[in-house]
Design a protein around this ligand. Structure first.
Ligand code: FES
Length: 148
């Protein structure tokens, strides 16, 4: 039996420690804001925070997350008013929206460690999050706005 804190709540699990964290949050906890894109660690749709750092939940096992703190898009802020979420709304970033929770979690992790990223740092930090609609200009603009 291991424990993971997800969005401020402790969860005990006794299943396969090799289960991807993505399946646990989506299928066991019904936190479906975290998306399954590629399942191979290359698209970023499944991005969550593990102890405050952006990780790909499809490539993070429950065993690796045991004893740690996970934040999903549902727990990023209690009211959807995180600075990144505000900027996303203001700029109307999404087109189809599928990748957006991963994008927002990646951006929030960047700004948590670097309050004033340069354009190059924004592009670099967001480069692993793929948007099939090609909304990259608005994504980068929203990160700049959130950084203030
Ligand atoms: Fe995890 Fe694509 S679903 S990186």
């Amino acid at each position: 039996m291991s424990s993971i804190t997800i969005n401020g709540e402790a969860h005990e699990f006794s299943g396969d420690p090799n289960m991807p964290l993505l399946w646990y949050v989506r299928d066991m906890l019904n936190l479906t804001g975290t998306k399954f894109g590629c399942g191979a660690g290359v698209c970023g749709a499944c991005t969550v925070h593990l102890d405050g750092v952006a990780v790909r939940s499809c490539q993070t096992t429950l065993g690796e997350a045991a004893g740690k703190t996970v934040t999903t898009i549902e727990g990023l802020s209690p009211d959807g008013e995180h600075a990144v979420q505000q900027a996303w709304r203001k700029i109307s970033v999404p087109q189809c929206g599928f990748c957006q929770s991963g994008q927002i979690m990646q951006a929030a992790s960047l700004l948590a460690k670097n309050r004033a990223p340069s354009d190059a740092e924004i592009v670099e930090a967001m480069s692993g999050n793929i948007c099939r609609c090609g909304c990259y200009q608005r994504i980068h603009e929203a990160v700049r706005l959130a950084a203030g």
